[in-house]
Design a protein. Structure first.
Lengths: 357, 253
């Protein structure tokens, strides 16, 4: 079977989806008389597709039908919930017996827990192709490692440090790239952003949880994560670029939004209002940039985030300008009319993008 | 092959993190000064992280002198912008984020005597002004902490040189805030003063077998009336090179 030698599971699934769509469209065309295949041709095509699907299914355990695909989604959700529940169980179990364990035993238990979950994930990855159980055990390993670092900090009565986010990020990235797990990739990216921003805060003698009072510390690491999304290593993996773009751009938007509303939280040595105006301008530019680049490169998640960010920025500006000076019905009328205007604009952009493709 | 390396890297991250954390913990304790400070239940109260937790955790209880913030020359070295003259409505000056620094907590010294006298005077004044005022039981002052924040700064070593007696002066990492205060006779004008928001770490883990001794001591005198309340245990603490404390002894009282 040619063409399936070096493809990923996601590419195999996309191929099966295309085959199913092709079959449905072919049936429709034949019913309407637009095309007519001989019995021999139809049998040849049917055999080819059946063999191809059988090969892909055996190698990647892809969903062959809509029902299977729905069950897979259910499996993913259950796997995530299971991972969360197992992590909570491990943490609470340890808390329940903490007091009866000596310090060396406490340290040994929390040290071994993530390694044991990691070994379990490696073992299940050898026997399953869909990686649902591997994903569950990987998330559990990450949760155990978070507990490991937290417990060590408690046992040693240590002062909170940004370094914890660094090791959590590295661990999450290692697991994400091992088994192509997008949830752990997002966790790794968020931990990396938190590590860089809290390190900047520590440099300025600010406590770690002042992060939301000094959102400028988030800007650079968030941009770096969004840029890293385009790296070759991520483009080769299904959904990695999208996940990293979202993990980078969402904190960036939140940081700009906070600064556009509260200039006192900026380190820029300008008057508070000037800083707020600068960040409002930056916010609209960022939203427009996300929309334009997202449409051109067909990054659906970037377009959606850009549109949502633009709408929130605009709504906040409307509230600041007009909420106190006009009747509320006029205010909401303006918001409604603006939303309709935006819909028309986005529809035109959609049509031009469709024509370009 | 790549997968195997990544897996190995993940396992290595776990092991290196644990080794480094334990190494730093050891370094904190090995290179510590030998001086200790002995506090009582008044300063170290047993706290529970959750209803199901069996961990024994002590919370360090301290207080600040009433209505007295630290002046600008104390908080400026921490990075606060403190105006020389009172200002009005400058939000960026008056709303500054908290900062990390070091605080000196004096144990059972002149600062505590002052706090105690003020509390007694306040209770007496309230009783005199309002006949229906029910004064608190005399024992309540005996339950209060005697650790008082008396100084702060950006350099723990410099503070230790100023307060060399480690058995009376506890120096630890703290969160410092700059609080706006209105100027008397000019309500529109504000100035800043420093205040200690919290100490880090604020809780101290009690390992076995000291936790058993502590819980046994805490179980004593449970039924005693509040008037005869006395601290049930003393805890000897030592702070290490990185100002991370650990418990060296627990004694029932």
């Amino acid at each position: 079977m040619t063409g399936v030698a070096d493809i990923t599971r996601e590419e195999a699934q996309a191929r099966v989806n295309r085959i199913n769509a092709f079959r449905a469209e072919l049936d429709e065309l034949e019913q309407r008389g637009a095309i007519s295949l001989t019995d021999e041709q139809r049998a040849q095509l049917h055999d080819y597709h059946r063999n191809l699907i059988a090969t892909l299914s055996e190698r990647f355990e892809v969903d062959r039908s809509r029902a299977e695909s729905q069950l897979s989604l259910g499996l993913r959700i259950v796997s995530l919930l299971g991972a969360a529940a197992c992590t909570a169980a491990v943490v609470l179990f340890f808390e329940r017996f903490w007091g009866v364990l000596s310090t060396p035993v406490q340290v040994a238990v929390v040290w071994i827990a993530p390694l044991a979950a990691l070994a379990g994930a490696a073992a299940t990855a050898r026997v399953e192709r869909t990686l649902y159980f591997t994903a569950l055990l990987s998330i559990l390993a990450f949760g155990c490692f978070v507990m490991n670092v937290y417990v060590l900090g408690t046992v040693l009565n240590a002062v909170p440090s940004p370094r914890a986010f660094f090791v959590w990020s590295a661990f999450a990235f290692a697991l994400a790239y091992t088994w192509d797990l997008r949830l752990l990739l997002a966790a790794g990216a968020i931990c990396a952003i938190t590590f860089f921003s809290t390190s900047i805060l520590s440099w300025y003698r600010l406590p770690l949880d002042v992060l939301f009072s000094r959102p400028e510390s988030v800007l650079l690491p968030a941009v770096l994560v969004a840029v890293f999304a385009q790296a070759e290593i991520n483009r080769k993996r299904y959904g990695f670029s999208q996940t990293l773009r979202l993990a980078g751009l969402a904190p960036l938007c939140v940081a700009v939004l906070i600064l556009s509303e509260s200039g006192t939280q900026s380190r820029i040595p300008l008057a508070t209002q000037t800083v707020e105006h600068l960040y409002q301008l930056a916010g609209f530019t960022l939203a427009a940039g996300m929309l334009i680049v997202g449409i051109r490169r067909r990054w659906t998640e970037t377009v959606n985030l850009g549109a949502a960010f633009f709408a929130v920025l605009l709504l906040l500006r409307f509230v600041a300008w007009w909420w106190d000076v006009m009747p509320k019905y006029v205010f909401f009328l303006i918001v409604g009319v603006t939303a309709i205007g935006l819909m028309v604009l986005l529809q035109r952009l959609r049509r031009s993008a469709g024509a370009a493709s | 092959m790549m997968r195997r390396w990544l897996l190995l890297a993940a396992a290595l991250i776990v092991c290196v993190t644990n080794v480094v954390a334990l190494g730093l913990g050891l370094l904190n304790r090995r290179t510590a000064a030998t001086d200790t400070i002995t506090l009582t239940e008044r300063e170290l109260k047993i706290t529970a992280s959750s209803s199901e937790s069996t961990a024994t955790i002590l919370r360090l209880v301290w207080t600040s002198p009433d209505s007295e913030g630290f002046p600008c020359d104390k908080i400026r070295p921490l990075g606060f912008t403190c105006p020389d003259r009172p200002v009005s409505g400058e939000r960026r000056v008056l709303e500054q984020p908290q900062r990390n620094g070091y605080v000196v907590l004096e144990y059972d010294g002149p600062a505590y005597q002052l706090v105690r006298k003020r509390a007694e005077a306040l209770a007496a004044q309230q009783a005199a002004e309002n006949p229906s005022f029910v004064p608190p039981a005399p024992s309540w002052l005996n339950e209060q902490t005697r650790l008082i924040a008396i100084d702060l700064g950006p350099d723990a070593d410099a503070l230790r040189r100023t307060y060399p007696d480690a058995s009376r002066y506890l120096i630890t990492t703290a969160r410092i805030g700059a609080i706006p205060e209105s100027v008397p006779d000019a309500p529109l004008l504000m100035t800043l003063s420093g205040t200690v928001i919290g100490v880090m770490p604020s809780t101290i883990n009690v390992p076995l077998p000291l936790s058993t001794r502590l819980r046994d001591a805490a179980a004593l005198h449970v039924g005693d009336p509040p008037q005869s309340w006395k601290p049930r245990y003393t805890v000897t603490l030592r702070y290490g090179r990185f100002l991370e404390p650990w418990i060296v002894d627990v004694q029932p009282k």
